[in-house]
Design a protein around this ligand. Structure first.
Ligand SMILES: Cc1ncc(COP(=O)(O)O)c(C=O)c1O
Length: 408
Protein backbone atom coordinates (compact mmCIF):
# COMPACT_ATOMS: atom_id res chain seq x y z
CA UNK A 1 0.00 0.00 0.00
CA UNK A 2 1.48 3.39 -0.90
CA UNK A 3 1.25 6.41 1.42
CA UNK A 4 -1.76 7.88 -0.39
CA UNK A 5 -3.72 4.61 -0.18
CA UNK A 6 -2.66 4.28 3.47
CA UNK A 7 -4.07 7.77 4.11
CA UNK A 8 -7.35 6.95 2.35
CA UNK A 9 -7.76 3.94 4.67
CA UNK A 10 -7.18 5.95 7.83
CA UNK A 11 -9.95 7.77 9.65
CA UNK A 12 -7.77 10.46 11.19
CA UNK A 13 -10.72 12.65 12.11
CA UNK A 14 -12.05 10.03 14.51
CA UNK A 15 -8.80 10.28 16.52
CA UNK A 16 -9.95 13.79 17.56
CA UNK A 17 -13.08 13.44 19.72
CA UNK A 18 -13.69 17.20 20.04
CA UNK A 19 -14.51 17.43 16.32
CA UNK A 20 -17.57 15.26 16.79
CA UNK A 21 -19.98 17.97 17.96
CA UNK A 22 -22.45 20.50 16.65
CA UNK A 23 -22.40 24.28 17.11
CA UNK A 24 -25.85 25.88 16.95
CA UNK A 25 -27.19 22.72 15.32
CA UNK A 26 -24.48 22.60 12.62
CA UNK A 27 -21.59 20.12 12.58
CA UNK A 28 -18.40 21.78 13.79
CA UNK A 29 -16.00 22.76 10.99
CA UNK A 30 -12.75 23.62 12.76
CA UNK A 31 -10.57 25.86 10.59
CA UNK A 32 -8.59 27.67 13.30
CA UNK A 33 -5.62 25.32 13.36
CA UNK A 34 -2.98 28.02 13.08
CA UNK A 35 -4.19 29.33 16.46
CA UNK A 36 -4.18 25.91 18.08
CA UNK A 37 -4.71 22.33 16.92
CA UNK A 38 -7.08 19.84 18.48
CA UNK A 39 -5.72 16.90 20.47
CA UNK A 40 -5.90 13.23 19.51
CA UNK A 41 -7.08 10.60 22.00
CA UNK A 42 -3.48 9.37 22.34
CA UNK A 43 -2.38 12.73 23.76
CA UNK A 44 -5.37 13.08 26.06
CA UNK A 45 -4.78 9.51 27.32
CA UNK A 46 -1.06 10.11 27.91
CA UNK A 47 -1.79 13.17 30.07
CA UNK A 48 -4.55 11.39 31.92
CA UNK A 49 -2.36 8.28 32.51
CA UNK A 50 0.45 10.44 33.77
CA UNK A 51 -1.80 11.93 36.46
CA UNK A 52 -3.58 8.63 37.16
CA UNK A 53 -0.41 6.57 37.62
CA UNK A 54 2.95 8.35 37.44
CA UNK A 55 2.79 11.91 38.77
CA UNK A 56 5.76 13.01 40.87
CA UNK A 57 8.37 15.74 40.67
CA UNK A 58 11.13 14.90 38.21
CA UNK A 59 14.90 14.50 38.65
CA UNK A 60 15.17 14.76 42.42
CA UNK A 61 12.93 12.09 43.93
CA UNK A 62 14.20 8.84 45.38
CA UNK A 63 11.06 6.78 44.79
CA UNK A 64 9.34 4.78 42.08
CA UNK A 65 6.90 7.47 40.93
CA UNK A 66 9.68 10.05 40.65
CA UNK A 67 11.69 7.56 38.60
CA UNK A 68 8.77 6.92 36.26
CA UNK A 69 7.93 10.62 35.89
CA UNK A 70 11.59 11.39 35.13
CA UNK A 71 11.81 8.52 32.63
CA UNK A 72 8.68 9.72 30.76
CA UNK A 73 9.74 13.38 30.87
CA UNK A 74 13.17 12.60 29.42
CA UNK A 75 11.69 10.16 26.89
CA UNK A 76 9.56 13.04 25.60
CA UNK A 77 12.68 15.17 25.23
CA UNK A 78 14.34 12.37 23.27
CA UNK A 79 11.25 12.04 20.98
CA UNK A 80 11.47 15.77 20.27
CA UNK A 81 15.19 15.52 19.60
CA UNK A 82 14.49 12.80 17.04
CA UNK A 83 11.62 14.79 15.47
CA UNK A 84 13.89 17.71 14.61
CA UNK A 85 17.09 15.65 14.35
CA UNK A 86 18.99 17.64 16.97
CA UNK A 87 22.47 16.23 17.64
CA UNK A 88 21.82 15.65 21.35
CA UNK A 89 18.89 16.00 23.72
CA UNK A 90 20.94 18.60 25.65
CA UNK A 91 20.02 20.94 22.79
CA UNK A 92 16.27 20.48 23.43
CA UNK A 93 15.05 22.89 26.11
CA UNK A 94 11.51 22.71 27.38
CA UNK A 95 9.80 26.11 27.51
CA UNK A 96 6.18 27.28 27.74
CA UNK A 97 6.05 27.68 23.95
CA UNK A 98 7.41 29.62 21.00
CA UNK A 99 7.03 32.98 22.73
CA UNK A 100 9.05 31.91 25.75
CA UNK A 101 11.66 30.21 23.53
CA UNK A 102 12.27 33.43 21.61
CA UNK A 103 12.37 35.52 24.79
CA UNK A 104 14.89 33.08 26.25
CA UNK A 105 17.23 33.64 23.28
CA UNK A 106 16.68 37.42 23.27
CA UNK A 107 17.62 37.53 26.96
CA UNK A 108 20.48 35.08 26.63
CA UNK A 109 22.15 37.04 23.84
CA UNK A 110 21.95 40.44 25.60
CA UNK A 111 25.60 40.51 26.63
CA UNK A 112 26.70 39.73 23.07
CA UNK A 113 25.04 42.87 21.61
CA UNK A 114 26.47 46.38 21.53
CA UNK A 115 25.07 49.70 20.22
CA UNK A 116 24.76 49.72 16.42
CA UNK A 117 24.54 45.91 16.07
CA UNK A 118 21.61 44.92 13.90
CA UNK A 119 18.80 42.41 14.30
CA UNK A 120 17.05 41.53 11.03
CA UNK A 121 13.48 40.23 10.87
CA UNK A 122 10.85 40.35 8.09
CA UNK A 123 7.51 42.10 7.73
CA UNK A 124 5.78 38.71 7.92
CA UNK A 125 6.65 38.07 11.57
CA UNK A 126 4.29 37.29 14.44
CA UNK A 127 4.56 39.71 17.37
CA UNK A 128 6.37 36.94 19.29
CA UNK A 129 9.21 37.31 16.78
CA UNK A 130 9.20 41.12 16.87
CA UNK A 131 8.66 42.38 20.40
CA UNK A 132 11.44 40.39 22.18
CA UNK A 133 13.90 41.83 19.63
CA UNK A 134 12.59 45.37 20.22
CA UNK A 135 13.22 44.78 23.93
CA UNK A 136 16.73 43.45 23.22
CA UNK A 137 17.40 46.51 21.04
CA UNK A 138 16.17 48.82 23.81
CA UNK A 139 18.48 47.11 26.35
CA UNK A 140 21.59 47.17 24.19
CA UNK A 141 21.34 50.03 21.68
CA UNK A 142 21.04 47.53 18.84
CA UNK A 143 18.90 48.37 15.79
CA UNK A 144 15.92 46.29 14.64
CA UNK A 145 15.35 46.12 10.87
CA UNK A 146 12.59 44.38 8.90
CA UNK A 147 13.04 43.35 5.27
CA UNK A 148 10.27 43.90 2.74
CA UNK A 149 7.74 41.49 1.30
CA UNK A 150 6.43 41.25 -2.25
CA UNK A 151 2.89 42.04 -3.37
CA UNK A 152 2.05 38.31 -3.21
CA UNK A 153 3.16 38.00 0.41
CA UNK A 154 6.52 36.31 -0.12
CA UNK A 155 9.74 37.58 1.42
CA UNK A 156 11.44 39.99 -0.98
CA UNK A 157 14.82 38.28 -1.20
CA UNK A 158 16.41 41.33 -2.82
CA UNK A 159 15.40 43.36 0.20
CA UNK A 160 16.60 40.59 2.54
CA UNK A 161 20.03 40.53 0.90
CA UNK A 162 20.21 44.33 0.97
CA UNK A 163 19.36 44.44 4.69
CA UNK A 164 22.16 42.03 5.62
CA UNK A 165 25.42 43.71 6.52
CA UNK A 166 28.53 43.05 8.62
CA UNK A 167 26.59 44.75 11.45
CA UNK A 168 23.84 42.07 11.37
CA UNK A 169 24.31 39.96 14.50
CA UNK A 170 21.06 38.03 14.35
CA UNK A 171 18.40 37.10 11.78
CA UNK A 172 15.03 35.97 13.18
CA UNK A 173 12.51 34.67 10.69
CA UNK A 174 9.38 32.54 10.66
CA UNK A 175 9.48 29.22 8.85
CA UNK A 176 5.82 29.64 7.81
CA UNK A 177 3.69 32.80 8.12
CA UNK A 178 0.70 32.40 10.43
CA UNK A 179 -1.23 35.16 8.64
CA UNK A 180 -0.67 34.31 4.96
CA UNK A 181 0.66 30.75 5.04
CA UNK A 182 3.87 31.71 3.21
CA UNK A 183 6.59 29.05 3.39
CA UNK A 184 9.79 31.05 3.61
CA UNK A 185 13.02 29.94 1.88
CA UNK A 186 14.74 29.52 5.24
CA UNK A 187 17.57 27.27 4.02
CA UNK A 188 18.70 30.00 1.64
CA UNK A 189 18.14 32.72 4.25
CA UNK A 190 20.14 30.82 6.88
CA UNK A 191 23.06 30.40 4.46
CA UNK A 192 22.98 34.10 3.50
CA UNK A 193 22.79 35.17 7.15
CA UNK A 194 25.71 32.94 8.11
CA UNK A 195 27.75 34.34 5.21
CA UNK A 196 27.13 37.77 6.72
CA UNK A 197 28.34 36.49 10.11
CA UNK A 198 24.90 36.51 11.79
CA UNK A 199 23.22 33.94 14.02
CA UNK A 200 19.80 32.67 12.89
CA UNK A 201 16.67 31.93 14.90
CA UNK A 202 13.78 30.23 13.13
CA UNK A 203 10.26 30.66 14.51
CA UNK A 204 8.86 27.25 13.66
CA UNK A 205 5.45 27.68 15.34
CA UNK A 206 3.49 27.23 12.10
CA UNK A 207 5.80 24.73 10.42
CA UNK A 208 6.35 21.98 12.93
CA UNK A 209 2.92 20.31 12.52
CA UNK A 210 3.17 20.27 8.73
CA UNK A 211 6.75 20.11 7.45
CA UNK A 212 9.67 17.80 8.21
CA UNK A 213 12.25 19.81 10.17
CA UNK A 214 15.90 18.80 10.31
CA UNK A 215 17.83 21.37 12.32
CA UNK A 216 21.22 19.89 11.42
CA UNK A 217 20.51 20.05 7.68
CA UNK A 218 19.06 23.55 8.02
CA UNK A 219 22.06 24.55 10.12
CA UNK A 220 19.92 27.09 12.01
CA UNK A 221 21.30 28.24 15.34
CA UNK A 222 17.95 28.25 17.15
CA UNK A 223 14.54 26.78 16.29
CA UNK A 224 11.45 27.58 18.41
CA UNK A 225 8.03 25.91 18.46
CA UNK A 226 4.91 25.31 20.58
CA UNK A 227 3.37 21.99 21.58
CA UNK A 228 -0.23 23.15 21.24
CA UNK A 229 0.13 23.84 17.52
CA UNK A 230 1.30 20.27 16.88
CA UNK A 231 -1.49 18.32 18.63
CA UNK A 232 0.14 18.54 22.06
CA UNK A 233 -1.06 20.41 25.15
CA UNK A 234 -0.70 24.12 25.90
CA UNK A 235 2.00 25.44 28.21
CA UNK A 236 4.81 23.38 26.70
CA UNK A 237 7.14 24.07 23.82
CA UNK A 238 10.72 23.75 22.73
CA UNK A 239 13.78 25.82 22.11
CA UNK A 240 16.38 24.03 20.06
CA UNK A 241 19.80 25.67 20.16
CA UNK A 242 23.28 24.61 19.11
CA UNK A 243 25.10 23.33 22.17
CA UNK A 244 28.05 25.73 21.92
CA UNK A 245 25.71 28.73 21.69
CA UNK A 246 23.53 27.59 24.58
CA UNK A 247 26.64 26.91 26.64
CA UNK A 248 27.82 30.47 26.02
CA UNK A 249 24.50 32.01 27.10
CA UNK A 250 23.81 32.78 30.78
CA UNK A 251 20.62 31.37 32.30
CA UNK A 252 17.67 33.75 32.21
CA UNK A 253 15.66 32.52 35.20
CA UNK A 254 17.12 31.44 38.52
CA UNK A 255 15.82 28.81 40.94
CA UNK A 256 15.80 25.08 41.51
CA UNK A 257 16.92 22.62 38.79
CA UNK A 258 19.09 25.13 36.95
CA UNK A 259 21.90 25.19 39.52
CA UNK A 260 24.84 22.94 40.32
CA UNK A 261 25.85 24.48 43.65
CA UNK A 262 24.43 27.35 45.69
CA UNK A 263 25.96 29.33 48.54
CA UNK A 264 24.52 32.51 49.99
CA UNK A 265 27.09 34.47 48.00
CA UNK A 266 26.79 32.85 44.58
CA UNK A 267 25.73 29.89 42.45
CA UNK A 268 27.08 27.76 39.64
CA UNK A 269 24.91 26.49 36.81
CA UNK A 270 23.65 23.06 35.93
CA UNK A 271 24.57 21.51 32.58
CA UNK A 272 22.36 21.76 29.49
CA UNK A 273 19.43 21.59 29.06
CA UNK A 274 18.65 22.09 32.77
CA UNK A 275 20.50 25.41 32.97
CA UNK A 276 17.49 26.91 31.15
CA UNK A 277 14.76 24.98 32.98
CA UNK A 278 14.42 26.71 36.35
CA UNK A 279 11.75 25.36 38.70
CA UNK A 280 9.42 22.39 38.42
CA UNK A 281 8.81 21.85 34.71
CA UNK A 282 5.52 21.12 32.97
CA UNK A 283 5.85 17.36 33.31
CA UNK A 284 2.38 16.36 32.15
CA UNK A 285 2.75 18.80 29.26
CA UNK A 286 6.01 17.18 28.19
CA UNK A 287 4.49 13.72 28.43
CA UNK A 288 1.52 14.87 26.32
CA UNK A 289 3.83 16.46 23.78
CA UNK A 290 5.87 13.25 23.60
CA UNK A 291 2.64 11.40 22.79
CA UNK A 292 1.87 13.98 20.08
CA UNK A 293 5.27 13.36 18.50
CA UNK A 294 4.65 9.61 18.51
CA UNK A 295 1.18 10.20 17.03
CA UNK A 296 2.61 12.27 14.16
CA UNK A 297 5.40 9.74 13.59
CA UNK A 298 2.76 7.07 12.91
CA UNK A 299 1.16 9.07 10.08
CA UNK A 300 2.10 9.26 6.38
CA UNK A 301 3.25 12.85 6.63
CA UNK A 302 4.13 13.42 2.99
CA UNK A 303 0.70 12.24 1.83
CA UNK A 304 -0.91 14.42 4.50
CA UNK A 305 0.97 17.46 3.28
CA UNK A 306 -0.22 16.79 -0.28
CA UNK A 307 -3.80 16.32 0.92
CA UNK A 308 -3.62 19.58 2.86
CA UNK A 309 -2.25 21.35 -0.21
CA UNK A 310 -5.29 20.14 -2.17
CA UNK A 311 -7.55 21.69 0.50
CA UNK A 312 -5.68 24.99 0.34
CA UNK A 313 -5.87 25.10 -3.47
CA UNK A 314 -9.59 24.23 -3.38
CA UNK A 315 -10.19 27.03 -0.87
CA UNK A 316 -8.20 29.59 -2.85
CA UNK A 317 -9.90 28.81 -6.15
CA UNK A 318 -13.35 28.56 -4.50
CA UNK A 319 -12.99 31.93 -2.76
CA UNK A 320 -11.85 33.53 -6.00
CA UNK A 321 -15.14 32.52 -7.59
CA UNK A 322 -17.22 34.31 -4.97
CA UNK A 323 -17.94 37.90 -6.03
CA UNK A 324 -16.98 40.30 -3.25
CA UNK A 325 -14.24 38.12 -1.78
CA UNK A 326 -10.65 39.32 -1.91
CA UNK A 327 -7.73 37.08 -1.05
CA UNK A 328 -5.07 38.70 1.11
CA UNK A 329 -1.70 37.37 -0.02
CA UNK A 330 -1.14 34.72 -2.65
CA UNK A 331 2.32 33.42 -1.77
CA UNK A 332 4.17 31.22 -4.22
CA UNK A 333 4.85 28.49 -1.63
CA UNK A 334 2.20 28.20 1.03
CA UNK A 335 0.54 25.86 3.48
CA UNK A 336 -2.43 25.74 5.84
CA UNK A 337 -3.53 29.38 6.17
CA UNK A 338 -5.71 31.30 3.71
CA UNK A 339 -6.51 34.95 4.52
CA UNK A 340 -9.32 36.89 2.88
CA UNK A 341 -11.73 39.81 3.14
CA UNK A 342 -15.38 39.98 2.17
CA UNK A 343 -16.70 43.16 0.53
CA UNK A 344 -16.14 46.09 2.87
CA UNK A 345 -17.16 44.11 5.94
CA UNK A 346 -15.10 43.98 9.06
CA UNK A 347 -13.44 40.55 9.40
CA UNK A 348 -15.05 40.09 12.84
CA UNK A 349 -18.54 40.32 11.30
CA UNK A 350 -17.68 37.57 8.82
CA UNK A 351 -16.25 35.48 11.65
CA UNK A 352 -19.53 35.82 13.57
CA UNK A 353 -21.65 34.91 10.52
CA UNK A 354 -19.46 31.83 9.91
CA UNK A 355 -19.59 30.85 13.58
CA UNK A 356 -23.39 30.86 13.37
CA UNK A 357 -22.99 28.14 10.73
CA UNK A 358 -20.63 26.07 12.91
CA UNK A 359 -17.50 27.22 11.07
CA UNK A 360 -14.58 28.26 13.28
CA UNK A 361 -12.13 30.68 11.66
CA UNK A 362 -9.87 33.39 13.09
CA UNK A 363 -10.41 37.09 12.46
CA UNK A 364 -8.30 40.15 13.19
CA UNK A 365 -4.63 41.01 12.89
CA UNK A 366 -3.36 37.54 13.86
CA UNK A 367 -0.62 39.13 16.01
CA UNK A 368 0.96 40.54 12.85
CA UNK A 369 0.09 44.24 13.08
CA UNK A 370 3.12 45.43 11.03
CA UNK A 371 2.14 43.00 8.25
CA UNK A 372 -1.48 44.19 8.27
CA UNK A 373 -0.28 47.81 8.13
CA UNK A 374 2.00 46.98 5.19
CA UNK A 375 -0.91 45.28 3.38
CA UNK A 376 -3.21 48.19 4.19
CA UNK A 377 -5.89 46.04 5.83
CA UNK A 378 -7.31 46.20 9.38
CA UNK A 379 -7.15 42.42 9.64
CA UNK A 380 -8.34 39.38 7.73
CA UNK A 381 -10.56 36.35 7.99
CA UNK A 382 -8.22 33.37 8.20
CA UNK A 383 -9.07 29.73 7.55
CA UNK A 384 -6.26 27.36 8.49
CA UNK A 385 -6.18 23.63 7.83
CA UNK A 386 -4.82 20.59 9.57
CA UNK A 387 -4.61 16.86 8.94
CA UNK A 388 -8.17 16.14 10.07
CA UNK A 389 -9.80 18.62 7.66
CA UNK A 390 -11.60 17.38 4.56
CA UNK A 391 -12.92 18.65 1.26
CA UNK A 392 -16.34 18.78 2.95
CA UNK A 393 -14.89 21.33 5.38
CA UNK A 394 -13.70 23.46 2.46
CA UNK A 395 -17.11 23.25 0.81
CA UNK A 396 -18.83 24.22 4.08
CA UNK A 397 -16.55 27.25 4.32
CA UNK A 398 -17.28 28.32 0.74
CA UNK A 399 -21.03 27.87 1.25
CA UNK A 400 -20.73 29.72 4.56
CA UNK A 401 -19.00 32.71 2.99
CA UNK A 402 -21.61 32.77 0.21
CA UNK A 403 -24.37 32.78 2.80
CA UNK A 404 -22.63 35.42 4.90
CA UNK A 405 -22.63 37.69 1.85
CA UNK A 406 -26.44 37.53 1.71
CA UNK A 407 -26.59 39.03 5.23
CA UNK A 408 -24.33 41.98 4.45
C1 LIG B 1 4.36 32.26 13.65
C2 LIG B 1 4.08 32.27 15.13
N1 LIG B 1 5.06 32.57 15.98
C3 LIG B 1 4.86 32.57 17.30
C4 LIG B 1 3.63 32.28 17.85
C5 LIG B 1 3.46 32.29 19.32
O1 LIG B 1 3.18 31.00 19.78
P1 LIG B 1 2.76 30.75 21.31
O2 LIG B 1 1.63 31.70 21.58
O3 LIG B 1 2.36 29.32 21.34
O4 LIG B 1 3.95 31.05 22.13
C6 LIG B 1 2.58 31.97 17.00
C7 LIG B 1 1.22 31.72 17.53
O5 LIG B 1 0.23 31.91 16.87
C8 LIG B 1 2.81 31.96 15.59
O6 LIG B 1 1.83 31.67 14.75
Amino acid sequence: MNAKEHLAEMDIRSDFPILDQTIGGQPLVYLDNAATTQKPRAVIAAISNYYLHDNANVHRGAHALADRATRDFEAARESLRALINARTSSEVIFTRGTTESINLVANGLTQQFKPGDEILITLLEHHANIVPWQMLAARTGAVLKACEITQSGDIDMESFRACLSPRTRLVAVGHVSNALGTINPIAEMIALAHDAGALVLIDGAQAIAHLPVNVQDLNCDFYAFSGHKMFGPTGIGVLYGKETLLDAMPPWQGGGEMIERVTIESSTWNSLPYKFEAGTPNMAGAVGLGAAVRYIAGLPREALLMAEDTLVQRTVSGLKQIAGVRLVGEPEHRLSAVSFLVDNSHPNDIGTLLDQQGIAVRTGHHCTMPLMARLGVPGTVRASFSLYNSQDDVDSLLRGVDKALTFL
